[in-house]
Design a protein. Structure first.
Length: 67
């Protein structure tokens, strides 16, 4: 079962990368709701998904907690 959770996380990261690369370079400021809908995660799980992708150095960026 642990392997399925790991695989699920990888699929969600790939969905996040697909979302980013389908956006124009100057339109890559995405809301948590947009990411949640595309990656099929709950809005409260988006921050961990983005931080995981950043920690793996797949993406660079920042999280604006105010907006």
């Amino acid at each position: 079962m642990k392997e399925m959770a790991y695989l699920d996380q990888k699929v969600r990261i790939l969905a996040f990368l697909e979302l980013l690369f389908n956006c124009k370079k100057d339109e890559r400021c995405l809301s948590f709701n947009t990411i949640a809908e595309h990656c099929l995660v709950q809005p409260n799980e988006v921050e961990m998904l983005v931080m995981k992708a950043m920690s793996l150095e797949l993406v660079r960026g920042s999280i604006d907690e105010v907006d």
